[in-house]
Design a protein around this ligand. Structure first.
Ligand SMILES: [Zn+2]
Length: 491
């Protein structure tokens, strides 16, 4: 088989070496026997075996091709162009497709038997099953008896997903969701902190991410027209041209309809970006602009879609915030502040949590009702803190009223990246300490002291900057000239 697929002698001898050189020792009554070589094949779980299996399974495809050539097997034909499908293989999963006739079933049986003899692999017929669409049950039972396998239910599961069910029904997804919940519960035990989970996974907008993934189909359909699946889609639905110009009809699957929605006229304003324009007339003219490589990537599309949704101003801000070198827990804090998801008084009230009237006010000014924007930016006392910090750092500015502008008006453009991010670390340290001061007042009765708060911000900023080995200044140097420490590279 290896030879047929074009592997040369040397490579084949390596593989043979792997197969023959393994030594096995068996535990008998708890003590190992002396080692011996197995007669043939790989042990179960050997990392090589899936790769070799894929190569061996190619033999089955070859046998099927010749069965079709000799008219021993009638394939199933898809769509107007009658694309023949008879065998799909994915890792160690194999599906045969064909007309439901007894001669086809007998051919499959003999192919599998031959495959067993040639490959030395054993097929577990009992684990396999067969099903028929549009033929009667007695025929189906006959086929199952010939193959010595079970009868398949519809919907059936393939790669863990139910096939043949209606994907718009919640009930179809229930078992899958349950499975995931179990997995997530296991994770939770392993990674307790939100920071750990969020940092690893990134926070994604699932619906946009889905669009980006569907976009991959469109791209691949265009570029792989000569593949079997490209042929099938072309034959059944009209291929990629139908996505933008075809008509809706009832024969289309849900999947295809969703795909059409992503590209079709309904969502056009979303996809009208240069790189996403699909010109059905100029076939050879197609580039993907958002990525660097001009090839479609889900990542670049996702970024693009996200920026359309949240506004182009916001994405760089969030990215920059996320890349700051500060402890993850505090990073999440600034992130939550930005998305107004901290348990400030207004948010607590929104969740129907009872707050006594005398506890509704901002802990700094004791005048206004506490909201996120008030607490961090609008409050007259907190405003003083920001001004003190900036004055101390020798940086003059008029403070804007919202988080993004507040963050972005920090000096940045005239500095190198490293220095610019140092200013931003100070910003994050201020947000963190404002929140801590507020909490210490509510939960520990500590008095709010603006001077002390500023001191804390200085210290936190310095300790976070120190996390970077390139920051050489000690605290005394930092205290006396923070602006210089931030803008200079060496001490
Ligand atoms: Zn206030």
């Amino acid at each position: 088989m290896l030879q047929r697929l074009g592997f040369d002698n040397k490579w084949r001898s390596w593989i043979e070496g792997c197969l023959r050189s393994s030594q096995v020792s068996v535990l008998i009554n708890g003590s190992p026997t002396s080692e011996f070589s197995p007669q043939r094949g790989l042990r179960q779980g050997d990392p090589l075996s899936p790769f070799l299996y894929v190569i061996v399974a190619e033999g089955l495809a070859g046998m099927m091709r010749s069965a079709v050539q000799k008219n021993l097997f009638t394939s199933y034909e898809v769509g107007a162009k009658r694309v023949a499908v008879n065998l799909l293989q994915f890792a160690d999963d194999t599906i045969f497709f064909g007309e439901p006739t007894i001669s086809n079933v007998i051919t499959i049986k003999s192919l599998l038997r031959c495959f067993e003899l040639v490959s030395g692999l054993k097929i577990n017929f009992y684990k396999s099953c067969c099903g028929a669409i549009g033929s009667n049950l007695s025929d189906l039972i006959r086929y199952a008896m010939v193959l010595n396998c079970k009868i398949m239910d519809i919907p059936f599961k393939y790669l863990g997903l139910p096939i043949g069910d209606n994907p718009r029904r919640q009930s179809m997804w229930k078992p899958i969701i349950l499975k995931f919940e179990k997995k997530l519960a296991l994770w939770k035990n392993k990674l307790i902190s939100l920071a750990g989970r969020v940092c690893g996974l990134g926070i994604k907008d699932i619906s946009l991410f889905n669009k980006a993934l569907l976009g991959k189909w469109r791209w691949s359909m265009f570029h792989n027209e000569k593949n079997l699946w490209g042929d099938i889609l072309e034959s059944k639905y009209g291929g990629w041209r139908d996505l933008t110009s075809g008509e809706d009809n009832n024969f289309q699957s849900y999947w295809w309809k969703d795909l059409r929605k992503v590209y079709g006229n309904k969502d056009e304003e979303q996809w009208r970006l240069q790189g996403l324009q699909f010109d059905s007339h100029k076939k050879d003219y197609w580039k993907w602009l958002p990525g660097n490589t001009q090839a479609y990537t889900v990542k670049s599309t996702y970024g693009e879609l996200l920026s359309w949704k949240v506004g182009s101003e916001e994405v760089p801000f969030l990215k920059e915030l996320w890349s700051l070198k500060i402890p993850p827990k505090e990073k999440i804090l600034t992130w939550r502040m930005y998305f107004e998801s901290l348990p400030t008084i207004d948010n607590l009230k929104m969740r129907n949590i009872q707050i006594a009237q005398n506890e509704e006010r901002c802990r700094f000014c004791l005048e206004e009702i506490e909201t996120t924007t008030h607490l961090f930016f609008h409050c007259s006392k907190v405003d003083q803190v920001w001004k003190l910090c900036y004055k101390w750092a020798n940086f003059n500015t008029v403070l804007p009223a919202n988080a993004i502008q507040h963050f972005q008006q920090l000096p940045g453009h005239s500095y190198k990246n490293k220095q610019a991010s140092r200013w931003k670390i100070m910003w994050a340290a201020a947000v963190y300490n404002i929140w801590m001061t507020r909490n210490n007042n509510i939960f520990r009765g500590q008095e709010v002291d603006i001077q002390q708060l500023e001191q804390k911000i200085r210290f936190t900023t310095w300790s976070w900057l120190k996390m970077d080995k390139d920051f050489p200044f000690n605290y005394v140097q930092w205290e006396s000239a923070p602006g210089v420490c931030i803008t200079e590279d060496e001490g």
